[in-house]
Design a protein around this ligand. Sequence first.
Ligand SMILES: [Zn+2]
Ligand SMILES: [Zn+2]
Length: 329
Amino acid sequence: MAQKILGYVELVWTCDSCQTKNPGAIKSCTSCGAPQPLDVRFEQVDPNTFNFIKDEALIRMAQSGPDKHCPFCGTRNLANAAVCVKCGGDLTVGSTSRPTGEVVLPAQSAPQPAQAKPREPKSKAASIVLILVLLSICAFGVFLLTKMMSKDTMKATVASTQWERVVPIEAYQQVARSDWADAIPSEAVITSCSLEYHYDSNQPTKNSEEVCGEPYVVDTGTGVGKVVQDCYYKVYEDYCSYEIMEWGVVDTLRLSGTDLNAVWPSRALANYERVGTVSETYTIWFSTSGDTYSMRTSNYNLYQQAYPGSRWEIEINGLGAVTSAKPAN
Ligand SMILES: [Zn+2]
Ligand SMILES: [Zn+2]
């Protein structure tokens, strides 16, 4: 967030001893003469408008740094003063600079202590329900894991089989895409672009829009307030449609059967075509005394041994899935 300075305004302070309101730049009470305390709280003169200071000397003073308090008599002195205006004491050692940067509030409003909002107390019943739900999810997870880990080996007979082989055909072709201008590959052909909101920045850039919050007053430590505004920039960039040559799937060849001799589907390829990533899936159904289990695999050698009626030894987990299988000798 960038801070923009709009100008400087006069502030007021209230004397602790006699409650007199004094201008911020006056360093001792105009009524009783008491020095302005180090922890003085400045307030805005007029909370509704900013009467910007035009006096260049006063602005320079506000920009020169926070005032310092004399270590001997407590009187406030300008940042560049070497000796105290009241007692003549040496200010180069032991003087205390005034705090700066605090937000100055309008005179009538009480200071708002910066405090986190108290959290809404959650209802006890809701918490208990939440804990119970979490516990049951955990219990179910443990149950599933135990089931998956448990194994049972049994004799089975191959009941039936099925194979499927899939061959995707890819073509080198022109496709339409869209992206931010700086992310488009150099070989692409851009068809159209338009300025669109992309991100927020602290710095103004080409095609950015300034967004500012309400102005507020900050203590400069001199009795003069700095009116600032927090701003950021919405950056707009070219978002473009483009065309580019890419490999993409244009056709999917599929063959399946129930015998043990799987074959790959094929067709003649054009010179702009190629075969993509092929896949093969084999399913064997086993029957045991009373139950049927199926197993899917991509192991063609194993599948070729699954003659209908052949005897196998299979391993079943607690969830009824076949985790391994081999022909029994
Ligand atoms: Zn006073
Ligand atoms: Zn002094």
